[in-house]
Design a protein around this ligand. Structure first.
Ligand code: ADP
Ligand code: MG
Length: 257
């Protein structure tokens, strides 16, 4: 890691006004002030890079700092586990759910054949139409502005065929955009590259954020980059980030080589 002054991204005048602040310290200044509203972004990385934490920080800060309700589709972990894990960052999800500002869809329990006590439960076997209908119904109730699909990889496994994965994920990303949701879809990569499980996830979103956890001698260094962001200028550098007791923090003025 090294501090550099020559090749850093220097934001000029912001061109688009309707930016959605991510609530990730250090992120928004890498892309003209935040994500473009009503678009879907892919958040890709290997297991343990912090995708779920990052995505939930975007939802949590939206609710608590921007008064924008959120929908979280949990396919990888049961909502109970997520509530428990994220409490360590001081995020009380249950209260936000009780206030009607956050809806978590349990798309995990029924898939592995265990009962769910959750308010919103996705059906088995997986059916994209049913998931979309549920998102639409929740949207009618809570009027969300942000959504997270965690993860596209799990959904892909239910669909199997890459051509089908591509069209179904495109349906999902387009539907949430039409519903007025700015969304993050997580995606598991095979190694620290953009090789996703189905090879199509990157094509159905408007932007791609990569999280890396690279080994350097005997330590692993976390870093991130904005790989693609349609309609926006953005940093082309790789920046270090940390996972702290307050959540994810990016260091936008440092670079990793
Ligand atoms: N309080 C913490 N301090 C530092 N790192 C943490 C903390 N809590 C979680 N982590 C890191 O976050 C990782 C899990 O993040 P997560 O968002 O679940 O990853 P992913 O969804 O990409 O698999 C853990 O492997 C751990 O390294
Ligand atoms: Mg995860």
């Amino acid at each position: 890691m090294r501090h550099s002054s020559h090749s850093l991204y220097c934001p000029g005048e912001f061109t688009m006004t309707d930016r959605v602040p991510t609530g990730i310290p250090g992120f928004d200044e890498l892309c003209e002030g935040g994500l473009l509203r009503n678009r879907t972004y892919l958040l890709a990385g290997t297991s343990g890079t912090g995708k779920t934490n990052f995505a939930f920080q975007f939802l949590h800060s939206g609710i608590t700092q921007n008064n924008e309700s959120g929908i979280f589709v949990a396919t990888e972990e049961r909502p109970e586990q997520i509530r428990e894990n994220l409490l360590q960052f001081g995020w009380d999800l249950q209260s936000l759910e009780d206030e009607g500002k956050l809806a978590i869809i349990d798309a995990c329990s029924t898939k592995i054949g265990i009962p769910s006590q959750e308010r919103y439960v996705d059906v088995r076997p997986f059916d994209m139409r049913a998931l979309l209908d549920q998102i639409i119904a929740i949207q009618d109730t809570i009027g969300a502005r942000r959504a997270v699909i965690d993860s596209s990889t799990s959904l892909g496994f239910h669909l199997q065929d890459p051509a089908k994965v591509r069209i179904e994920l495109l349906k999902l990303s387009t539907t949430v955009e039409i519903l007025g949701l700015t969304s993050v879809m997580t995606c598991e990569t095979i190694d620290d590259s953009l090789y996703s499980r189905f090879g199509v996830e990157n094509f159905v979103t408007e932007g791609t954020i990569m999280l890396y956890n690279k080994r350097h001698e005997n330590v692993r260094v976390r870093s991130m980059e904005i790989f693609k962001m349609r309609g926006s200028d953005h940093s082309k550098n790789i920046h270090p980030y940390e996972i702290t007791t307050a959540g994810i923090v990016i260091h936008p003025h440092e670079e990793v080589y």
